[in-house]
Design a protein around this ligand. Structure first.
Ligand code: TXA
Ligand code: MG
Length: 346
């Protein structure tokens, strides 16, 4: 299959809309990461997404809408007061809500679950694509399963060349990591995956929020996760990634030591550090994660891909505090590292 890469304009959007209606796949930009879309109401089209990504069939997809009135045909019952409040405050935007599903949503989309994940993105190209298709669009992130999520069209091409007919290029994604997934089927909203909307913000809107405790730890042997996505190794570069956490000076000292030992052992090491800390690593090979949690969210997946492109096989990254956007950043980084985390203090 030839993969076409087109800038977003009226012509490419109308082509993309036709492709979706005909059961095809289109990769497209959103404010979080690039998505790989298909008609959410067409089971065969949805199956093609799983094939193209190499995604396990038991990991459900998010259904994307471009107007709130597209929600009710997808769900059973009315949204709870907390769901309403979140929709009013954060849609369109980087937030996905889990509702009881309606029979109109194929089991392929929800991986057989009786709930469906729905998101109303704010990115104009994503909204225009859904309008052009005149159908809700099921879309996971547009990476090969297990790879870092794509935040540019070039990343999508890297993973999907020859596997999808069309990639719409809308530039770099503003948030840089995926939407917050919130289960709103109970009384208190429960965060299953932290993302672009922070727990602090959700608590402010709803008066309370639960963060699923599997967000920052590996699943236990035999544990059944509330979100199937928690099960899988995610976002991983090819090189072995180690996170070092603790006070800034202790972290820098520990990473310098690990780096030098790796180099002496014949490895090709690389450091991922916040802007303000880069000087602490002298002339060791270092990539910047940006100045704060928001910048790190935007840059992290690209830096993990850069690490691969540089042939790094021993990657050492600084940790950041888990407040605000830091929770989503550390959730991704810890999974990318397979929870290989070292303590620098003491
Ligand atoms: O920002 C985003 O959410 C991006 C863009 C493209 O919109 N999409 C995305 O999709 O990240 P994906 O497939 O990579 O992640 C979807 C996550 C998975 O962890 C999946 O397990 C969870 O949402 N999920 C989907 N449906 C679910 C459900 N019914 N119950 C619990 N978790 C669900
Ligand atoms: Mg993904």
């Amino acid at each position: 299959m030839q993969t076409e890469l087109l800038p977003v304009n009226d012509e490419s959007l109308s082509r993309a809309g036709e492709l979706i209606r005909a059961g095809g796949l289109v990769a497209f930009p959103t404010e979080t990461v690039y998505g790989l879309g298909a008609n959410a109401l067409d089971a065969d089209a949805v199956r093609r997404i799983f094939e193209a990504k190499g995604r396990p069939g038991d990991n459900p997809l998010i259904v994307h809408i471009s107007r709130v009135d597209q929600l009710s045909p997808l769900i059973t019952g009315a949204p709870s007061p907390a769901a309403r409040a979140l929709m009013d405050a954060c849609w369109p935007g980087p937030m996905t809500l889990i509702f009881p599903k309606s029979p109109a949503v194929p089991a392929e989309v929800t991986a057989g679950l009786d709930t469906v994940a729905v998101r109303f993105p704010v990115h104009p190209a994503a909204r225009s694509l859904i309008e052009a298709a005149r159908r809700p669009i099921a879309a996971p992130s547009a990476n090969r399963s297990g790879r870092p999520s794509p935040t540019t069209a070039a990343h999508v091409l890297e993973d999907m060349d020859g596997r999808v007919p069309l990639i719409l290029d809308g530039g770099a994604c503003a948030v840089g990591l995926e939407s917050t997934v919130i289960d709103v089927t109970g009384d208190t909203p429960r965060i299953l995956r932290p993302g672009g909307v922070t727990p602090e913000r959700i608590a402010e809107i709803c008066g309370g929020v639960t963060v699923d405790d599997a967000v920052l730890r590996p699943l236990r042997e035999g544990e059944r996760p509330r979100s199937p996505g928690m099960k899988y190794r995610h976002y991983a570069p090819t090189g072995a990634l180690t996170i070092v956490q603790g006070g800034a000076d202790a972290v820098a000292g520990k990473i310098r030591m690990l780096y030098d030992a790796a180099l002496a052992g014949g490895k090709s090491p690389l450091i991922l550090a916040l802007d303000g800390h880069i000087d602490a690593y002298g002339d060791r090979r270092c990539l910047s994660l940006g100045a704060d949690a928001e910048a790190m969210a935007r840059s992290m997946f690209a830096r993990l891909r850069d690490a691969d492109a540089l042939g790094a096989d021993a990657i050492f990254s600084e940790a950041i505090p888990t407040d605000g956007m830091g929770l989503a950043v550390m959730n991704r980084l810890e999974r990318a590292a397979g929870f290989n985390i070292l303590e620098a203090d003491g």
